[in-house]
Structures are given as C-alpha cells and as structure tokens.
Design a protein around this ligand. Structure first.
Ligand code: F6R
Length: 374
C-alpha cells in the first residue's frame, strides 16, 4: 500500500525518520551504562580478540559498508577492508588471523554475497590455527533469509518491507547498524573516550527528528530542481572521507532509476581524469559538510565551477557554501553523523528526476529486488 505516495520509493524515503526512531529505541534506550553505550544482541565472546574486519557486499549495501569501514577504522580503530562480494569469490585476499567477516545484504539472498561468505567460512575452517577460525556476522533486513541460515550472528536492521527496487530506507538502516558496531568496538578497543562515544549516541538519538525535517524540506527542493535535469545526460557526484561513499550512492541511485549516466568520485581524484568531462552540460553534485575535508571539497567544487559546470551543493547554508548554484541544505552535525543526513537529498533528487521523466521508479528496467544468480 503506497498510501498517499506516488511510488513506493518515495514512501520508503519518507519512512526513514520512523525506521531511525525504531532503531534508536531498540539499540540506544535511555539509561544504558557508560560501559555499554549501545545495546546489540551479542555477548562478550562475539567481540573478544577481533583485530580486523572484512566486509563483503554488493551495490548499495557495499556503499553502506564503505561508510561502515570508515567508522570502524577512524572511530573504532579497527583495520577494515570492504570487498565486492563478486570479486572476493574469485580473488580472496590472503587469510589474516582474528578477523570478523561481515556480510551486508538487505535481502539476505544475494547470491554473490552468500557464496563469498560460504567460501570464506570454508577456507577458515580448513586452517589448523584457531586464530584463523571463521567468525561471521550478517547485517540484513530479512532475519529469516538464507543469510541467517548461513552465518552464526545476525544484526537485523529492522527497516520493514522495502518494495521499491532502489534501496533507500534499508541503506540508512545498514548505516545505523554500522554506527552501532563502531560504538561497540570503540568501547572495547579504547580508541575513543566514553564521552566521545556518548556524544555520538546522543547525536543518533536526535537523528529521527532531523531526518523528519530534512525529508519534508528536500521533497520540495528536489522536485523544483528536478526540472533542470530534463536534458541532462551525465552527472558527477563528489564527496570525500566519510561522505565519499554517499557520492557513490548518489550516482548509483540516479543511474538505476533515471537512466542518466552518473559517476561518484572522491573529490580529490577529479583532477586526475574526470575533470576532462566537465562543461556547462555536466552538473556536479558536491557533498560539503564541515569537518576534516570541508575546505578541500569546496576547493574541488571551485575547480569544477571554473570549467563552467553547474554546481549543486549538499551542504549547510552559509557564506562558505555561496559558490553553489543550487543548494540542497543539510543541518550542521558532527562529521561522523553526516552521511545519515547527506544521503537524503541524494535519494530525493534521484527520485524526482526519474519521476519527472515519467519513468517506472519502483521497477527500473533490467533490475530486480534481489539478485539470486551469480
Ligand atoms: C541499489 C540496489 C542494489 C542492491 C544490491 C545488493 O538500489 O538495491 O544495488 O543494493 O543488489 O542487494 P542486497 O542488499 O539485497 O544484497
């Protein structure tokens, strides 16, 4: 039932404040002790001795994993690698000890992700040294799926049924799962003070309200902007650091539902080739949020502007962001939290561009909700 919404995708984008609130109530209930700042369904043995993490995923789930890896490395201090499941299957890296392998799949049925996890479990089981034993976790929206029969631990993102082929609320659900894991590992690794972890938890508690405001604001802003993309054939998305995966996700969303060619790049990489594509016909969407790379992203955007590209900023309002031709404003939050907000204008912009073109947003051509073949 789409209720008042024209498409399931739009409904599911609008459900994100609600799914975030549910996540907060489950995992960040008031009154948690400082020694346990986040409530996850694992015992101490689950965390014991883990020194590195490998994540296997496809598509949008892989983009969530890239944000997750940033959090696990930069916030929790754990070396983390993300692999395309389809690549990992035939070129797995040499085994490392004391490793947790995380499979991220909202459907729990993606063939490549399941096969990569199975292959990894098998080669670890064959290893004589117990430090190399298989330790696996699945992050999914379908706790009754094939994934849950295959891995010993499941983190259910609890986002509710997603009908639209383009993943939206399950993406933010996967991000939230990684915030939970990063807080849990940071508590144990000692990479962050209790106060820093608490600050992140407090910010996450405010997220549902912020998402609510953002979704309402951007539904209108993106719809107005979408008209400008009627003739557009190529779009470049730029981000850095924790928001680089959001640039990838913005480009993937646009490609899959509007059939416009789009590329996501780490903004600093633009001058190493893609800048040659730029002219007045190629809009550039830059994610520029205050933090470690704010100035850098702004100067990368300036370089694009010098090539006559139309600049769209996903950035806070203010004098620093006056260079953008169009602004999709996001509130100022800590850089850690920012991907959970910057992704919303990306989703809505893609949605409105596709809807404006009259396309079948919920059932894009050539795509299926779960890819159960290799
Ligand atoms: C994009 C999209 C796909 C999936 C990918 C993995 O909107 O939906 O890229 O993310 O096929 O699917 P799951 O998460 O079910 O493994």
């Amino acid at each position: 039932d789409k209720r008042e919404f024209r498409h399931f995708m739009l409904k599911e984008i609008h459900e994100q404040p609600e799914t975030a609130a549910l996540w907060v109530s489950r995992h960040l209930p008031e009154g948690l002790p400082a020694s346990m700042p986040v409530a996850l369904p694992f015992d101490e043995a689950f965390y014991a001795g883990i020194e590195r993490i490998e994540i296997l995923a496809c598509g949008t789930s892989r983009h969530a994993a890239l944000v997750g890896a940033h959090l696990l490395e930069q916030f929790a201090g754990l070396p983390t690698a993300v692999h395309y499941a389809s690549e990992f299957r035939y070129a797995p890296p040499p085994l490392a000890p004391n490793t947790l392998t995380i499979g991220v799949t909202q459907s729990g049925e993606t063939a490549d992700t399941l096969a990569a996890l199975a292959m990894e479990a098998q080669r670890r089981c064959a290893h004589p040294d117990p430090a190399y034993a298989s330790r696996q976790l699945g992050v999914t929206n379908r706790p009754e799926s094939s994934l849950s029969r295959q891995v010993p631990h499941i983190l259910d993102i609890g986002a509710g049924v997603e009908v639209g082929v383009a993943a939206t609320k399950t993406f933010t659900g996967q991000l939230l799962a990684f915030y939970g894991l990063a807080m849990a590992f940071a508590t144990r690794s000692g990479s962050r003070s209790a106060a820093e972890i608490q600050t992140l938890a407090d910010e996450l508690r405010m997220l549902p309200q912020q998402l609510q405001e953002l979704v309402s604001l951007h539904d209108q802003r993106s719809e107005a902007l979408a008209h400008r993309f009627a003739e557009t054939q190529d779009v470049i998305f730029l981000g850095r650091g924790i928001n680089y995966p959001i640039a990838l996700e913005g480009a993937l969303k646009l490609k899959e539902i509007s059939y416009i060619h789009a590329e996501g790049y780490p903004a600093g990489e633009m001058k190493h080739g893609p800048i040659a594509l730029l002219d007045a016909h190629v809009p550039v969407v830059s994610i520029a949020v205050p933090g470690t790379v704010f100035e850098k992203v702004l100067s990368n955007a300036q370089e694009a502007k010098a090539r006559d590209a139309r600049l769209i900023g996903v950035a806070p309002e203010g004098p620093d962001t006056a260079l953008f031709d169009d602004l999709l404003p996001v509130p100022e939050v800590s850089e850690w939290l920012s991907p959970l907000l910057t992704v919303v204008p990306m989703q809505l912009l893609s949605y409105h561009i596709a809807a404006h073109r009259g396309l079948d947003v919920d059932q894009p051509r050539n795509l299926a909700k779960s890819v159960t073949v290799e």
